[in-house]
Design a protein around this ligand. Structure first.
Ligand code: NAD
Length: 260
């Protein structure tokens, strides 16, 4: 379905971003990976899917790095057709104890980076398909873009912000073939969440399994983690012709978390 298209997925060396990159690659899209840590493993997972894969190590907290990454992607593959703003970090502390530097980092990586990638991707998306425009911008927000939890002020503010940015992006491009939507996962067992499981286990003297059950039980009625593969299939739907007129939604995949 996506043969000949190019997808750039920020923060795709791990977790949800890698799951989405693989799902888009299975549909034939060439992939630009981004993120820190091991890059050979993720590349080796995508290459057998028969698409081209490139990598740029831009730090999503730095506008100049992001500009360089967008130029690199265009030079590699012509243009970015599908932009997945996924890179994100978490910090857990009460507001009065929240380190100012962590607030700035969470806002920069989880929200401002998506403004930069979006502003840089839009001109080529709008020019595509002989000026009618074609593009898909998918923002990986969170159930925390819809509801709050204590001790996550920066994360909740950034995720509510990216849901707002999603709606504005959708509206500004509503008469073109460029759509923008957000995905709002509940708990997904990635390194970002394992850190929170570890903190709970250490604080309460629990095993890893007990801490995971407690985490799910507090918020997620299904008592199940959503998987990166499931989120990847939702991203594939947003890229499909059936989603041509799905614009500005914040779609939760959260085991019923936000339904409560
Ligand atoms: P993860 O820690 O597994 O992956 C985060 C990715 O972002 C990694 O590739 C990492 O290298 C990259 N990254 C971090 N800082 C970066 C920076 N400064 N520049 C470039 N890349 C950077 O986390 P994840 O759980 O897969 O999270 C992915 C997204 O999903 C985040 O936006 C997160 O907020 C969101 N999310 C996660 C969950 C969950 O339960 N795991 C739930 C809702 C939303």
């Amino acid at each position: 379905m996506l043969k000949g298209k190019t997808a750039l997925v920020t923060g795709s060396t791990s977790g949800i971003g890698l799951g989405i990159a693989k799902a888009l690659a299975r549909q034939g899209a060439n992939i630009v990976l981004n993120g820190f840590g091991d890059i050979e493993g993720p590349k080796a997972e995508i290459a057998p899917l028969g698409v081209k894969v490139a990598y740029h190590g831009a730090d999503m907290s730095k506008a100049a790095d992001i500009e360089d990454m967008m130029k690199y992607a265009a030079a590699q593959f012509g243009r970015v057709d599908i932009l997945v703003n996924n890179a994100g970090i978490q910090h857990v502390a009460r507001i009065e104890d929240f380190p100012v530097e962590r607030w700035d980092a969470v806002l920069a990586i989880n929200l401002t980076s998506a403004f930069h990638t979006t502003r840089l991707a839009l001109p080529a998306m709008r020019a595509a398909d002989n000026g009618k425009g074609w593009g898909r911008i998918i923002n990986v927000a969170s159930v925390h873009g819809l509801v709050a939890s204590a001790e996550k002020s920066a994360y909740v503010a950034a995720k509510h912000g990216i849901v707002g940015l999603t709606k504005v992006t959708a509206l500004e491009n509503a008469t073109s073939g460029v759509t923008c939507n957000a995905i709002c996962p509940g708990w997904v067992l990635t390194p970002l969440v394992q850190k929170q499981v570890d903190a709970k286990a250490a604080a309460l003297g629990l095993s890893n399994e007990e801490a995971k059950k407690l985490l799910l039980g507090e918020k997620e009625p299904s008592l199940q983690f959503t998987t990166p593969d499931e989120l990847g299939e939702l991203a594939v739907f947003f890229c499909s012709p059936a989603a041509n007129n799905v614009r500005g939604v914040a779609w939760n995949m959260d085991g019923g978390w936000a339904a409560q």
